[in-house]
Design a protein around this ligand. Structure first.
Ligand SMILES: Cc1ncc(COP(=O)(O)O)c(C=O)c1O
Length: 391
């Protein structure tokens, strides 16, 4: 009998991929499915970025690059952070990685082990908990509540810290809720963290450029007092509609950088070279495609919330960031996962049940509004007809 380590018995998944697979299967059977399940922009990568990758291939960029990424790209990341966030980051603290997920993988592997506690948002991106469980550490959920606008609470987060806490994971703007944590709350958290100098912080800022209503994104990088223990997760997937390119970056404290560099050497050697040149073009080229895409998400956000709030049993607060709405569906009488599954099988609409993001996701559905206005309206109409038949 083969004997993989126990961690593989605990590792989880991201159900959005299973829903995507099932939706694709149903489409293959001739069914008409509208996909509000998957978390990726419905835009193409801008042409100048694609061209940069094609050019890199034609110019012969076919080999390994340094494990940490090509220097011009690390410099461009530092310059981009300076432009957007107004802080100085050394390119030698930046590592280019194959997608945003790799940073959580690396950070959680670095701090998780039996006996350690790792705090993570619930509901939150499912891979946090999955990887924490893989390492044998104890996953401690940070409740993310609708009554707080799906922002995290500094006081509640701080109250969960124990002597065993090694890492805290934060995510704003957030998946799956679209919540954005206000600056005052982040200030309070950082102030409280002064009491716990040995706790590392992973701030997942992959939706950092997607906030609405003029609400600023508060990067944890703007707090010098925690910079020596702060890991930033970011990347190109969402901002530049590049999910399939597998390109991300992280910023590490100098004391941890060699660890992540060695992990890269052991695991992925480097990110594919043409994708890195594409990433360089994305950061150094025109940024208008980002603004256009975010403005379009903003418009659809209002449509989805307005339409969904007309559905019986649904109530949806206005998301302030990312491209997800997280309606409360408790009053429909369905369990959230049962509703998501029935909507896919019987109404032709793919959504994700809130419990796929943690136990506190019960009673909610995640709807991605990275879909056309026409599809959003049709999807909500289908949900309405389904509820009319079944409630
Ligand atoms: C909060 C959050 N972090 C990280 C990621 C991972 O991004 P990537 O596709 O670049 O691995 C996602 C993707 O959905 C996400 O929602």
């Amino acid at each position: 009998m083969l004997n993989p380590i126990a961690g593989f018995g605990r590792i989880g998944e991201e159900n959005a991929f299973a829903v995507l697979a099932r939706a694709t299967e149903l489409i293959g059977q001739g069914k008409d499915i509208i996909n509000l399940g998957i978390g990726q922009p419905d835009f193409r990568t801008p042409d100048h970025i694609v061209e940069a990758a094609v050019k890199a291939l034609r110019d012969g960029q076919h080999g390994y690059t340094p494990a940490t990424g090509i220097k011009p790209l690390r410099e461009a990341v530092a310059a981009d952070i300076h432009r957007r966030v107004g802080v100085d980051v050394s390119p030698d603290q930046v590592i280019i990685v194959p997608g945003g997920k790799i940073t959580m993988f690396a950070a959680i592997l670095m701090f998780g082990e039996p006996g350690a506690d790792v705090l993570y948002p619930d509901p939150g991106f499912p891979i946090y908990r999955s990887m924490i469980e893989f390492t044998g550490a104890r996953p401690i959920p940070i409740p993310i509540r609708e009554k707080n606008g799906f922002a995290f609470s500094a006081a509640e987060t701080l109250s969960l810290i124990t002597p065993q806490t090694r890492l805290i994971i934060l995510n704003s703007p957030a998946n799956p809720t679209g919540g954005v944590t206000p600056k005052a709350e982040v200030d309070a958290l950082v102030k409280g963290l002064e009491r716990f100098p040995d706790v590392a912080i992973l701030s997942d800022e992959i939706y950092g450029q997607m906030t609405y209503d003029g609400l600023p994104h508060v990067s944890l990088l703007t707090y010098p007092e925690i910079r020596d223990r702060l890991i930033i997760l970011d990347g190109w997937s969402k901002t530049y509609a590049m999910t399939g390119w597998r390109l991300g970056y992280s910023v590490w404290p100098t004391s941890l950088y060699n660890n992540v560099r060695k992990l890269a050497v052991n695991a992925w050697s480097c990110v594919n070279a043409p994708a890195q040149y594409a990433g360089l073009a994305a950061l150094t080229g025109p940024q208008d495609s980002v603004a256009t895409m975010v403005a379009e998400f903003d418009r659809r956000r209002k449509i989805v919330v307005e339409e969904v709030n007309k559905l019986p049993g649904f109530s949806c607060i206005m998301p302030r960031g990312a491209f997800y709405a997280f309606p409360n569906v408790a009053k429909t009488g369905f369990k959230a996962k049962a509703l998501a599954s029935a909507l896919l099988e019987n109404a032709g609409v793919a959504t994700i049940g809130g419990p796929d993001f943690g136990v506190l996701g019960e009673g909610y559905l995640r709807l991605s509004y990275a879909a056309s206005e026409e599809n959003i309206r049709e999807a909500v109409a289908r949900i309405g007809r389904f509820l009319g038949r079944n409630t």
